[in-house]
Structure formats: structure tokens, C-alpha cells
Design a protein around this ligand. Structure first.
Ligand code: AMP
Length: 239
């Protein structure tokens, strides 16, 4: 993945957002991507699209996704390596959902190290939210079946009476947001969240933001942190 350092706006960051499912990191990743005009790379979205399309990848991972398990490190690493090799990811990206394991995190370091003798600094931000808040949030999360915009409904009721506020379509629950699957996803994630947070915590460009605040405040905190790291790094490499 050759890094494009000639772009006039070289203050574009290479960001990894980590956090539990339901921490709001997907929403935040999309906002950061917009702000810096860099691609938002969500491995969950890529895998769900593959399942919907019925591609060979989709057929391979469908059962794992439905059960809330983790797709293999090899498969995920290949998928992300391929995605990061695309031209739009050369001058920055926001990774959302990857890495999830230390093996994946090491693979990402190798991918970046292979780009140039001075790889871009990787900014890692943890969107911190307590478990109980996550279960509450995910039980209220719905996705519009027509426009695909995720949103939160006022009550955990099924079936739903509220239409999509953007297009009037019907709001549906993601299959893996069913309460039993949420609990399994959280348990799966928790067994990896500690090690991956520990892996990154010692880095110079690691920070944690409180994800329980209003989404606009979380975005402001994230962008302030990214600006701070961009200013500090001025093109240097992470240890
Ligand atoms: P997410 O939308 O990030 O919660 O991802 C949805 C599902 O995709 C997860 O529950 C996993 O089954 C799978 N998945 C996404 N990213 C990864 C990853 N980096 N490693 C393993 N499995 C993943």
C-alpha cells in the first residue's frame, strides 16, 4: 500500500477506533471520515454487504455473523489488506471494527510498515462505554430497511410503530442486535477488548474518549484528540 504523501492536505489521519459493539464508534467513525475526507472502513459493514450479496466471502462468514462469533484473523487480515491497498486509503482512513485481536493489530502494523520507511503514525482511540449502557443502547438500535440509516428508537418494542424519520421506511432490528446475540457478542468482544486495549494503550498516539456523552460532544472530543496527535506527530512514526 504506497502512502500518498504528496496530497496537499497531508493532515489527514490514519485512525483506528476501538470500542464495544454499540459504543457509537460506527457513528463516530463516519463523522471523522467526513470531517477529514478519508474513507470509513467498517469491517462489519463489508461483511454484512458480502452476506447480503451472497458472495463466496458472504457464504463463508454468514453463520459466524449470525451467531455473533469472530471471523478468522487470516480472513480479516486479507480483507483489510486488500481494502487498504485501494487508492482512497493511501492518505488516511478510519478503521472501525478492525483490529479486534492482537494478531490483527500486529498484522495492521506490518501493513503500515510495508508502506514506506516512515509509516504514518497510527492514531488509536478507544470510545469507552460501560457494558450495561451498551445492552440498553443495542436493544434500541434499528436500521431502516429502505435507506439503511441506523437510528435509535425510544422503546425496545417489537414490532415497531415508528417509521424512519428520514424516508418513512420501516425500522428493523439487525439480526445480531437480538438481545441473546448481543450478550454473546459482548462476551466475545470482552475476551479480546482487554488485550487489544492493552496492546495499544502504551502507544504515544493512543487516547480514550468518554462515549456516553451526547454524540456531538463525542465527535468534538475525538476530533480535538486527532488534531492534537496530528500536531504532535507532524509526520513522525509510532513506536
Ligand atoms: P461489527 O459491525 O463491527 O459489530 O461486526 C459485526 C460482525 O462482523 C462481528 O460480530 C463479527 O462476526 C464480524 N467482524 C467484524 N469485524 C471483525 C474482525 N475484525 N474480526 C473478526 N470478526 C469481525
Amino acid at each position: 500500500m504506497p502512502i500518498d504523501r504528496t496530497h496537499p492536505d497531508d493532515r489527514r489521519p490514519f485512525v483506528v477506533l476501538i470500542g464495544l459493539p454499540g459504543s457509537g464508534k460506527g457513528t463516530q467513525a463516519a463523522r471523522v471520515a467526513d470531517r477529514y475526507r478519508i474513507p470509513h472502513i467498517s469491517t462489519g459493514d463489508i461483511l454484512r454487504a458480502a452476506v447480503r450479496a451472497g458472495s463466496p466471502l458472504g457464504q463463508q462468514v454468514a453463520a459466524t455473523l449470525a451467531a455473533g462469533g469472530l471471523v478468522s484473523d487470516d480472513l480479516m487480515t486479507d480483507l483489510v489488506r486488500e481494502r487498504l491497498a485501494r487508492p482512497d486509503a493511501r492518505s488516511g482512513f478510519v478503521l472501525d471494527g478492525f483490529p479486534r485481536t492482537v494478531v490483527q493489530a500486529r498484522a495492521l502494523d506490518e501493513m503500515l510498515a510495508a508502506t514506506s520507511p516512515a509509516p504514518p503514525p497510527l492514531i488509536v482511540i478507544l470510545v469507552a462505554v460501560a457494558d450495561e449502557a451498551i445492552v440498553r443502547r443495542l436493544s434500541r438500535r434499528r436500521v431502516c430497511a429502505s435507506c439503511g440509516i441506523p437510528q435509535s428508537v425510544s422503546e425496545d418494542s417489537e414490532p415497531l410503530s415508528e417509521p424512519c424519520p428520514y424516508c418513512g421506511g420501516s425500522l428493523v432490528r439487525r439480526e445480531d442486535d437480538e438481545p441473546a446475540t448481543v450478550r454473546r457478542r459482548l462476551a466475545t468482544y470482552a475476551s479480546f477488548a482487554g488485550p487489544i486495549t492493552d496492546f495499544y494503550r502504551v502507544r504515544r498516539y493512543f487516547a480514550s474518549v468518554d462515549g456516553l456523552r451526547h454524540p456531538d460532544e463525542v465527535t468534538a472530543a475525538l476530533c480535538a484528540q486527532i488534531e492534537h496527535f496530528l500536531g504532535e506527530s507532524s509526520g513522525g512514526s509510532d513506536p
